[in-house]
Write a protein that binds this ligand. Structure first.
Ligand SMILES: C[S@@+](CC[C@H](N)C(=O)[O-])C[C@H]1O[C@@H](n2cnc3c(N)ncnc32)[C@H](O)[C@@H]1O
Length: 220
């Protein structure tokens, strides 16, 4: 039987760099760089096929319903900045400034690495902040994305802070089994009852293996 030596730490980054050349993709190259620099198990979680499927679904429906050009975008609970990177990589989208907020300070450097070019040109920023404490009235963006609705211990409080008429893209799920999921919805109707939009551009669900993800796009 052949003897295999253990994989060294260049193994997966090398493959990703090869794919980035084949697809001519700065997005894949940034994933290779970030995966090599920040070897954390939850980075793989943030980039797994379910997470990417949910975020690609958001970008597709956002572009379909509202086009892809935005001046100022805030992504709340943005984690490692995967959605920001997907938005930057998508030819249909132009976001002049995009800021990803997360309450966890460990997310900043990873998100900056994953959004390397836009960070260096000032089009992207990753900030530490509690979405319940942000000033939405003073400098409200033209699009607010929150794909972490299930993590909010007081969804109503957060929702009440958003100025009426603001464009929102929201995701939640029915994955009650996760301890951090303190605000799940049992179904799409329940999510719509939580997030009472004045105008609904899209409401849908994406069934995944262990849970269903819900999405609403529309005006507060
Ligand atoms: C597991 S992640 C992402 C979940 C979601 N399914 C997604 O893919 O976008 C949830 C993130 O929300 C962040 N978070 C939770 N409560 C928050 C708050 N009040 N303000 C900002 N970020 C928050 C957490 O730190 C975490 O990085």
């Amino acid at each position: 039987m052949d003897q295999f030596t253990p994989l060294d730490e260049e193994f997966y980054p090398d493959i990703l760099r090869g794919l980035s050349v084949y697809f001519d993709s700065p997005f894949v190259l940034n994933i290779a760089r970030t995966a090599q620099k920040f070897q954390r198990p939850d980075l793989a979680h943030a980039l797994n096929r379910k997470q990417i499927a949910c975020k690609k679904w958001l970008v597709d429906k956002l572009v379909e319903t509202n086009g892809g050009t935005f001046e100022k975008v805030w992504i709340l609970g943005g984690w490692y900045g995967v959605l920001s990177a997907l938005m930057h990589a998508d030819q249909r989208m132009t976001c002049t400034t995009l800021t990803s907020f997360d309450i966890d300070d460990d997310c900043v450097q990873v998100a900056e690495c994953l959004n390397r070019e836009q960070f260096s040109t000032g089009n992207f920023a990753a900030k530490t902040g509690d979405m319940l404490e942000l000033d939405y009235m003073g400098e409200c963006p033209d699009l607010i994305v929150n794909t972490s609705c299930e993590h909010l211990h007081d969804f109503d409080e957060w929702f009440s802070k958003i100025p009426e008429g603001t464009l929102l893209a929201l995701q939640s799920n029915d994955y009650f089994g996760e301890p951090d999921h303190v605000s799940c919805a049992e179904n799409l109707e329940m999510f719509q009852a939580q997030a009472k939009l004045s105008q609904v551009d899209y409401a849908g669900e994406l069934p995944l293996k262990k849970y269903t993800r819900f999405m609403l796009i529309g005006r507060r």
